[in-house]
Design a protein around this ligand. Sequence first.
Ligand SMILES: [Zn+2]
Length: 64
Amino acid sequence: MPNQPEPGGPVTAPDVCPFCKSTDIATTSKSVDVSTYWRCTACGQVWNASRLQNQRQPWSDRFR
Ligand SMILES: [Zn+2]
């Protein structure tokens, strides 16, 4: 993974949903930053980069 998010680092658009790995991701924001909310159209989860960094990938095993 070349684009690991770091606190305070640059934010890139997610390639896949962090919850279900779907690529059907939508956003309502025109610019991408830590407060940009993303919505997975496959599983319905909503998140942003700030939340993901704070949560430290709690989904890694929980959703399998
Ligand atoms: Zn999803």
